[in-house]
Design a protein around this ligand. Structure first.
Ligand SMILES: C[S@@+](CC[C@H](N)C(=O)[O-])C[C@H]1O[C@@H](n2cnc3c(N)ncnc32)[C@H](O)[C@@H]1O
Length: 440
């Protein structure tokens, strides 16, 4: 029997997917979307509801791993295979989350063990440990606490503060919302009511996650697009954009390009990923927005044209998005940095060539690492005579003064706006040529 048939017949499709996500991170060192892509390539198909459930539960596991493992290690007498441990991580989480009656959870854990060559000799152990966990739950002994991966937490403690690291650790697993940017900001009240949304200080709408985005009012008509509040703030730092010519170096899936276009800018979009450009094209078509799209590696882009603004939303460690992508902390973000830092540095060098003398560069990304943010900007102004960075302080448009750091850069963290569910971490800086007072 093929995998699809087996997991469907045993009703363990979403659990199989959770196991694949966990094995993907802890064995193959792949992110959740990368694992999903591998499975789809192998023609193992999943329904949207199974993917959503698997993402929800695996995210819960990544966000509570320390206490999950401490319970499992104290229940298991000796070390076991990672895949077996991953199955037990799933059962334990599902017991705590009350995902199904206890007997069904034990059965599906055992069936899950049978799917895989690596785990099928351990189904007896899986069965026994699952039953012990159920007993522990009845005795109120299963208490799970939100935690950050230790190396990542230490980074936050050293580079932000212990208090900030604690705060992020405490709240980052409670996010259960997504955000929308409106095409027309005059329609906030209308869409707030229509979508039963909360309005965040910058005008972004926040919605509870338990809805299907493509079925919401206004989706097909292009009245809004999905964009975390923090990702929409860099563009809000700019002045009037009407008629401005913009080069968007890393454009897909187009959140910032759509913002720029809706504010009257003419945007040239560059991206090197076919799959992501397809998404960008779908988004622009839905929004009925037109723009030039160039599929190329930015290193190969060549033109005599100069722009008023070059936007660099460079690929990065994405550590600011841990509310949604909790597995990233377990994939050695600091070790993956080298290549990303080179692309970021090169893109700044590259952008210089395409900016008009009175133009500017908006540099931003969703990393919490200073080496992907502050360090680049300080290095850039040091090495490039005449260039300076703007000290950002603008607290209009609902932007809180606490979201700027001591340099005057935008430095948003996942604990900001925590009463309303938090926001992704984001960094942004504006670089300009020819400072009037020549200070930099
Ligand atoms: C952070 S995402 C951009 C998000 C986008 N600005 C938005 O607001 O929706 C980074 C993008 O850079 C693209 N990219 C990565 N390396 C690239 C390269 N060398 N040249 C061009 N695009 C690249 C990726 O395909 C990805 O779509």
């Amino acid at each position: 029997m093929n995998v699809n048939k087996f997991i469907n017949s045993k009703k363990i499709t979403s659990r199989y997917l959770i196991l694949k996500f966990l094995d993907g991170v802890f064995i193959d060192k792949k992110t959740v979307p990368q694992t999903l892509e591998v499975l789809l390539k192998k023609k193992i198909v999943f329904e949207d509801k199974d993917i959503a459930k698997a993402e929800r539960i695996s995210n819960f596991i990544f966000g509570h791993l320390k206490s999950i493992d401490s319970i499992l290690f104290s229940t298991l007498k000796k070390k076991t295979r990672i895949s077996v441990l991953n199955i037990l991580r799933i059962v334990l989480s599902e017991i705590v989350l009350k995902e199904a009656p206890n007997y069904a959870l034990v059965n599906s854990a055992v069936e899950l063990g049978k799917v895989n060559k690596k785990t099928k000799y351990f189904v007896g152990l899986i069965n026994a440990v699952s039953k012990k966990l159920i007993q522990k739950n009845k005795n109120n002994e299963l208490f799970l606490k939100s935690n950050l991966e230790i190396g990542f937490k230490t980074y936050l403690q050293r580079n932000y503060s212990s208090k900030i690291a604690e705060k992020i650790e405490k709240i980052y697993t409670s996010s259960n919302t997504f955000d929308l940017s409106l095409r027309n900001s005059n329609e906030i009240e209308f869409w707030k009511k229509k979508l039963n949304a909360t309005v965040l200080p910058t005008g972004t709408l926040r919605i509870k996650k338990n809805v299907k985005i493509s079925e919401l009012d206004g989706f097909k008509d292009g009245k809004w697009w999905v964009q975390d509040i923090s990702s929409s703030i860099p563009v809000k730092l700019l002045g009037n954009l009407k008629g401005m010519e913009v080069l968007d170096l890393f454009s897909a899936p187009g959140g910032k390009a759509m913002q720029l276009i809706s504010l009257g800018a003419k945007v040239t979009c560059i991206d090197n990923s076919l799959v992501r450009i397809k998404k960008l094209e779908e988004n622009l078509a839905r929004m009925k927005m037109k723009t030039d799209i160039i599929k190329t590696n930015f290193y190969n882009y060549n033109s005599k044209k100069k722009f008023d603004l070059v936007l660099i939303d460079a690929p990065c460690s994405a550590t600011g998005t841990i509310r949604k992508n909790k597995e990233l902390q377990y994939l050695f973000p600091q070790k993956r940095l080298e290549n990303l830092i080179k692309i970021q540095r090169d893109s700044l060098k590259f952008a210089k060539k395409f900016v008009r003398d009175d133009g500017l560069i908006l540099y931003c990304n969703c990393s919490l690492f200073l080496s992907e943010g502050e360090d680049h900007i300080l290095d850039f102004v040091n090495k490039n005579k005449g260039w300076y960075y703007e000290k950002l302080t603008n607290t209009n448009k609902g932007i809180d003064k606490d979201w700027f750091n001591e340099f005057g850069f935008l430095r948003i963290r996942p604990d900001h706006l925590h009463d309303q569910g938090g926001m992704d971490g984001f960094f942004a800086a504006i670089l300009k040529k020819n400072h009037p007072d020549k200070i930099s």
